[in-house]
Design a protein around this ligand. Structure first.
Ligand SMILES: Cc1cc2nc3c(=O)[nH]c(=O)nc-3n(C[C@H](O)[C@H](O)[C@H](O)COP(=O)(O)O)c2cc1C
Length: 409
């Protein structure tokens, strides 16, 4: 395309329009798609996302119409799938001094995928900012939207959100802005959401929570229309479509901790549950003193996971006062699970398990799991020595997914 498409101040669309019937995730995209990439022409020129791996050469040529690729300082990769990062090897080959900006897992995967071990990476953490000389970018980790390493980028001065796959649609349009579309774009927008995002809807809710206070004028995703007519309308649509409904199962994770290890276990369990589409609420028993609110949360959940670390052979914090209430509550048809981090003996986890058995919760232990699922490699109650490291994290994720499967029947 010869015409330059300006998205914001000194910001240009440099993507590729793929008007073939595109094979995609075992589907065929009848209307084709676009791979949207953006050039921010600041003092430190920055590219946000690239294009499909088939079009790397054209991509570098497009950039050449604006700037010598060698001058690019930063390449932001929000999501590593090759329909967005596929132009990276061709671009990185020319932009020899550019730093590649992505999440920790994104960096690991990109190095392997494109043999970029020798390149300089900047690994971002949730909420980090980057000054690109005249504009400031802010990054938010949005795992599983739609793969684990994903993040999104927000330009503070321009009020533009670059959410990669999120808020996309698969349409090979030459009218890239939603207000110029010749058709109602909502059906394609919704279909895309249902196919790609809805299986991870609890993470969509997390993402909306992260961006809720941002002033967003334009949403510039990586497929299809750039949304500038009413950005809030599209965020509202994602919120409505991802909200838990009556069929969504809910898990409550409630824990006590001394140094955060049990909190880390709780977070890993939450990830596995959310991955199964379970809505998750996490409560720290030490900072939530309202026992009535906690009881209400228990009564409205389908699974309740109680966790504590062990201190002098017992639980820590105020978890016990909650556990004492259970036997007075009607918890039939709900699942109860004990977990915790410990050092050498982990008595607290067993004490929690004893409390759960005194209630009418269906208490999960290894024997129950083997009998109902045939899986003998998961340990219930869930015991983790000190802080969960890589292997334990993987096991926790699997255990949570197994709990999710129990809930989903
Ligand atoms: C004062 C103190 C007493 C502890 N007593 C025990 C114990 O009796 N049995 C055990 O297995 N671990 C014990 N630990 C180890 C903790 O349970 C372990 O460090 C755990 O990972 C802490 O998790 P948290 O950060 O969630 O509190 C003790 C730790 C401290 C600091």
């Amino acid at each position: 395309m010869d015409k330059k498409i300006q998205v914001a101040d000194k910001t240009y669309w440099i993507g590729y329009i793929d008007d073939r019937k595109v094979p995609f995730h075992r589907l065929t995209l009848e209307k084709g798609t676009t791979y949207n990439s953006y050039l921010l022409f600041t003092e430190k020129p920055t590219v946000i996302d690239t294009v499909d791996i088939s079009f790397g050469k054209q991509f570098v040529e497009t950039i050449g119409q604006y700037i010598a690729p060698e001058e690019i300082q930063y390449i932001i990769i929000n999501h590593v799938e090759p329909d967005h990062s596929g132009g990276l090897p061709a671009l990185a080959n020319k932009a020899k001094n550019a730093t590649i900006v992505t999440t920790e897992l994104g960096a690991k995967e990109l190095k392997e995928m494109y043999k970029l071990h020798h390149r300089e990476f900047m690994v971002i953490q949730d909420g980090d900012t980057l000054d690109i000389g005249g504009k400031t970018l802010k990054f938010f980790e949005t795992p599983y939207l739609h793969t684990e390493e994903t993040m999104i980028t927000y330009c503070i001065e321009d009020k533009v959100l670059y959410p990669c796959d999120q808020f996309s649609s698969h349409v090979a349009t030459y009218q890239l802005f939603d207000d110029l579309a010749k058709e109602d774009i909502m059906p394609d927008f919704r279909v895309y959401y249902q196919l790609i995002m809805h299986p991870h809807r609890p993470y969509v809710q997390d993402m909306i929570e992260k961006i809720k206070d941002l002033e967003i004028n334009i949403i510039a995703p990586s497929h299809g229309y750039i949304l500038r007519s009413d950005a809030k309308k599209y965020i509202r649509a994602y919120d409505e479509m991802s909200r838990p409904n009556q069929d969504t199962k809910k898990a409550l994770i409630i824990y006590s901790t001394m140094t955060g290890n049990t909190k880390a276990v709780a977070n890993d369990l939450a990830d596995g549950l959310k991955h199964k589409g379970i809505s998750v609420q996490i409560m720290n028993a030490q900072t939530n003193s309202n026992i009535e609110a906690i009881k209400e949360a228990i009564l409205t959940s389908d699974a309740i996971l109680f966790g504590s670390s062990t201190r002098y052979a017992d639980m820590v914090g105020s978890l016990e006062s909650i556990l004492q209430e259970l036997k007075e509550m009607d918890l039939e048809h709900k699942i109860g699970i004990a977990f915790g981090s410990y050092g050498w003996s982990g008595e607290a986890i067993e004490v929690i398990q004893d409390y759960l058995k005194q209630s009418n919760l269906k208490v999960i232990d290894s024997g129950y799991m083997i009998k109902t699922t045939g899986m003998d490699h998961l340990q219930f109650p869930i015991r983790v020595k000190f802080k969960p490291e890589k292997n334990e994290k993987e096991k926790l994720f699997q255990a949570a997914q197994a709990i999710g499967d129990l809930l989903l029947g």
